[in-house]
Design a protein around this ligand. Structure first.
Ligand SMILES: Nc1ncnc2c1ncn2[C@@H]1O[C@H](COP(=O)(O)OP(=O)(O)OP(=O)(O)O)[C@@H](O)[C@H]1O
Length: 673
C-alpha cells in the first residue's frame, strides 16, 4: 500500500505508527530539467491553449527571422505559411489507421436526438430575434457556438513554415539552438526581439506534446557552399536535442537564411484574427520588411494570402552590443565578468568591461575601494570580500547614464507611416524622446497620437510595441494602457476620451525590456522611469495636437458665424427694403420730406437703383468682407497662415525701379537695391 494513501485510513494510521515513518510521496526530492519545467508551465511562455500556441509559434518564428536578417543589415523578406492538416490527413501522415466511431456516446461532442432538437429550436429562435433586430437597425451579437457546433474538428493540425533571408546558423550549432531550452545567441546586452533562448524550443515542445512530430530546420549561411538540414526533437527530461537527421546537403540556390518547419495542434478559427492582426502590426512597425503570409487548407474559401509590401528601403540602424553599466550589475554578474574577461588587472577590467568608466574614473574608484586594492592587482585574484566591496561601491557611486547609441528605435517617420496606414486619421502627432535609463539599461520611448480616422472605434485605441514586437495580449495591465487611460487628462488637450476616435501608438526599445513573463505580452506598470517616459511622450503628442485642434475649432466657429449671418440676409434685406420703399412713397407724395443723403437714397429706391437684390448683394459682400478681415486678424495673431502658398519670383533690379515689392494680404515687403 502507498504510504500517502495509508495515512488517509485509520487502519493505515495504526500501521504507520508501528513502522519508521516514510516521507509522503509528494515530498520526495526530484529535479526537473528546464525543458520539463517549461513543458509543465507552457502558459508562462505564451503557449496557453491550442489556438494561442499556433499564434505564439508564428510569432516566435517571425521574430527570429527578423532578428536574423537585421543582424546582417539585410532588408528582411519573411514568408510564413500555415497549412491546415485535417485529422484524417494527419493520421495517414503518421501512419495511424482511421477509426470509425463505434460508441458515439463516449465522445464529448455527442448529442442525443432530443438535445439536438432542443438546440435547433433554440438556434432558430435566436436567428429570428436577430433578423428582427437587424431590420430595426440594432446591433446584432455574434451567436455563441454551441457545444455541438464547436466540437468535432475545431482544433486541427497545422504545418507552420517560416522562411527568411537572414544570417542562417552555423551547422554545428543548430541542434542546440532548437533542441536545448535556454540556449541562444541573444543573451548579450543588445536590443533584439529574442532574449530568453526559449521561443523556438517552446514551439518544439508543443509539437512534441500535441503531434509528436520533430522540427525541421534548413539553413545556409553566406559563403557556405552547402545547406544544413536538421530534423530533431527534444529529450525533455535531459534537455538535450534528440537528432534524427543532421547533414550537409548540396546548395541548389544562392540563398542564405533559414527555413523552419513544424507541425503542431492549433486552432485557426479562434486565433485567425489575432494572427492576422499581429502580421499587420508587425508590418506597421517594420515597414522595411516584406512579409508574405499564407493560410492553406482543403477548403479554398478559408484560404488567405496577404502580402505586406515593403514601404521603405531605409532600415533603422542595427542595434549595437553594449557593455554593462556599473549600476546594473549584481555580485553574480561581476563574478561572471571577472571569469570571462581577457583583461589582466583591475584598472583595465573596470575601464573595459563597463560603460561610463574612463581610465581616470577607474583610478579614482580603485583609490576609494581601500588599501587592499591597487591598479595593477590581478582581477582574477580578487577575493569574494573584495568583489563585494566593488559591488557596494558600484551601488553608491555616481555614474553617467548609459547613452542610447546602442538602441535602434523604430523612428518617428516609421511610426507616423504606420499610424496613417493603419488608421487614416484626421490628424496625427508623433514624438521621439531621448534615451533614459532604468536599472542601468538605456531605453527610449517613441509615441504617436492620432484623432479620427476610418474604422476606428470611439475612445482610446492602444497599439503597443516593445523592441519592435507588437504586443497584443494582456493589454489591461500594460504600462502604456494604464498611462493612456488613467494619467492623461485628454480634456485639457481638447480631446474627448470617450467620444473621439483616439489612436495611441507607443514603441519602447531597450537592451532589456522588463516583460512580465517569458511570453513577452506586456510591460508592467511598476518601473517608474518607463511609466514617466511613456506619459511624457503621449503628452508631447497631445500638446502638438491641441494647437491643431484649437485652430480647427476657431475655423469652424468662424464658418458658423458666417453661415449664421448669411442665413439672415434675405429676411434682413426684405425688412430694410420694405421700410425704405414705404419711406420713398412718403417722400415722393411729399407727405414726409427727407433731406440730403436720405433723400438721395429714397430717390434711388423710387428709381429702382436700390432694389431688394442690390441690397442683398451688398449685405452678402459685407459679410464676406468681415469674415475675411477676421480671418486675417486670426492669421496675424496666431502667426500661422494655412492658406495655399504661392511662389514668388524676384525680378531683376534693372532699369528705373530700384526696388521690388512682395505683396501679401497682411504686409508689403519692399526690397531695395
Ligand atoms: N531564423 C533563424 N535564423 C537564424 N538563427 C535563428 C533563427 N531562429 C532561431 N535562431 C537561433 O536560435 C536561437 C534560439 O532561438 P529561440 O527562439 O529559441 O530563442 P531566442 O530568439 O534567442 O529568444 P526568445 O526565447 O526570447 O525568442 C536564437 O538565439 C538564434 O541564434
Amino acid at each position: 500500500m502507498e504510504i500517502g494513501e495509508s495515512s488517509e485510513s485509520p487502519e493505515g494510521k495504526k500501521k504507520s505508527k508501528s513502522k519508521t515513518p516514510r516521507k509522503p510521496k509528494d515530498s520526495v526530492l526530484k529535479q526537473k530539467s528546464p525543458a520539463e519545467f517549461f513543458a509543465d508551465n507552457k502558459n508562462i511562455a505564451g503557449f496557453d491553449n491550442p489556438g494561442k500556441c499556433l499564434y505564439t509559434t508564428v510569432r516566435e518564428l517571425v521574430e527570429n527571422a527578423l532578428d536574423s536578417a537585421e543582424s546582417i543589415s539585410k532588408l528582411p523578406i519573411v514568408e510564413i505559411t500555415i497549412e491546415e492538416i485535417v485529422r484524417s490527413k494527419f493520421n495517414s501522415m503518421i501512419g495511424l489507421a482511421e477509426h470509425e466511431r463505434v460508441d458515439e456516446e463516449l465522445y464529448d461532442d455527442f448529442e442525443s436526438a432530443k438535445a439536438r432538437e432542443k438546440r435547433l429550436a433554440k438556434e432558430a429562435r435566436i436567428q429570428e430575434i436577430q433578423a428582427k433586430n437587424a431590420n430595426l437597425g440594432k446591433k446584432v451579437k455574434e451567436p455563441v457556438a454551441s457545444k455541438a457546433m464547436r466540437g468535432r474538428g475545431e482544433t486541427s493540425y497545422y504545418r507552420v513554415t517560416c522562411k527568411d533571408n537572414g544570417k542562417g546558423m552555423p551547422h554545428d550549432d543548430i541542434p542546440n539552438m532548437f533542441g536545448r531550452v535556454l540556449s541562444g545567441t541573444k543573451y548579450g546586452l543588445k536590443q533584439t526581439r529574442g532574449k530568453f533562448g526559449l521561443g523556438a524550443k517552446m514551439a518544439l515542445i508543443w509539437s512534441k506534446m500535441s503531434t509528436g512530430l520533430p522540427i525541421e530546420i534548413t539553413s545556409s549561411m553566406k559563403g557556405q557552399n552547402y545547406t544544413s538540414f536538421c530534423r530533431l526533437d527534444i529529450d525533455i527530461h535531459r534537455n538535450i536535442p534528440h537528432i534524427h537527421v543532421h547533414e550537409k546537403q548540396d546548395k541548389k540556390e544562392r540563398w542564405h537564411g533559414a527555413e523552419i518547419q513544424i507541425v503542431i495542434e492549433g486552432n485557426w478559427t479562434t486565433y485567425r484574427s489575432k494572427i492576422l492582426h499581429y502580421m499587420r502590426q508587425m508590418a506597421v512597425i517594420t515597414p522595411y520588411a516584406e512579409f508574405l503570409f499564407r493560410f492553406l487548407s482543403d477548403a479554398p474559401d478559408k484560404n488567405v494570402t496577404v502580402k505586406f509590401a515593403r514601404r521603405t528601403d531605409i532600415m533603422p540602424p542595427v542595434p549595437l552590443e553594449t557593455k554593462y553599466h556599473p549600476s546594473a550589475v549584481d555580485l553574480l554578474l561581476i563574478k561572471r565578468l571577472i571569469a570571462e574577461t581577457s583583461k589582466q588587472n583591475l584598472l583595465q577590467f573596470l575601464q573595459h568591461e563597463f560603460v561610463n568608466i574612463s581610465k581616470s574614473h577607474a583610478e579614482r574608484l580603485i583609490g576609494e575601494m581601500g588599501p587592499d586594492f591597487s591598479h595593477k592587482m590581478l582581477v582574477k585574484s580578487l577575493t569574494s570580500q573584495q568583489i563585494v566591496r566593488i559591488h557596494q561601491l558600484f551601488r553608491q557611486a555616481k555614474f553617467d547614464d548609459p547613452s542610447g547609441d546602442c538602441l535602434s528605435p523604430a523612428g518617428e517617420y516609421n511610426l507616423r507611416l504606420g499610424i496613417i496606414k493603419e488608421l487614416h486619421p484626421d490628424m496625427v502627432a508623433t514624438y521621439s524622446g531621448s534615451a533614459q535609463v532604468f536599472e542601468g539599461h538605456p531605453f527610449l520611448v517613441e509615441a504617436g497620437v492620432s484623432v479620427g480616422g476610418k474604422d476606428v472605434k470611439q475612445g482610446v485605441n492602444i497599439f503597443r510595441f516593445a523592441n519592435r514586437i507588437p504586443l497584443l495580449f494582456e493589454q489591461g495591465a500594460d504600462v502604456v494602457t494604464r498611462t493612456a487611460l488613467k494619467r492623461i487628462n485628454w480634456n485639457s488637450y481638447k480631446i474627448n476620451q470617450v467620444q473621439d476616435k483616439i489612436g495611441v501608438f507607443v514603441s519602447i526599445v531597450s537592451t532589456k525590456i522588463p516583460f512580465k513573463g517569458t511570453g513577452k505580452e506586456y510591460i508592467g506598470d511598476d518601473i517608474s522611469e518607463i511609466a514617466a517616459a511613456v506619459k511624457t511622450s503621449i503628452q508631447q503628442c497631445c500638446t502638438q495636437l491641441k494647437s491643431k485642434i484649437l485652430k480647427r475649432i476657431q475655423a469652424r466657429e468662424q464658418q458658423e458665424r458666417k453661415r449664421n449671418l448669411s442665413k439672415y440676409i434675405p429676411n434682413v434685406t426684405g425688412a430694410i427694403y420694405d421700410v425704405l420703399k414705404e419711406m420713398s412713397h412718403l417722400h415722393a407724395s411729399k407727405r414726409k420730406r427727407y433731406a440730403n443723403e436720405d433723400a438721395e437714397v429714397l430717390n434711388k429706391v423710387s428709381n429702382h437703383i436700390i432694389t431688394r437684390e442690390t441690397l442683398g448683394e451688398k449685405l452678402a459682400q459685407h459679410v464676406e468682407q468681415v469674415d475675411y478681415e477676421m480671418a486675417l486678424e486670426y492669421a496675424t495673431q496666431s502667426g500661422v497662415n494655412e492658406e495655399p502658398r504661392e511662389n514668388i519670383y524676384i525680378q531683376t533690379l534693372e532699369g528705373e525701379s530700384k526696388f521690388v515689392d512682395f505683396q501679401s494680404p497682411v504686409f508689403v515687403f519692399r526690397l531695395f537695391q
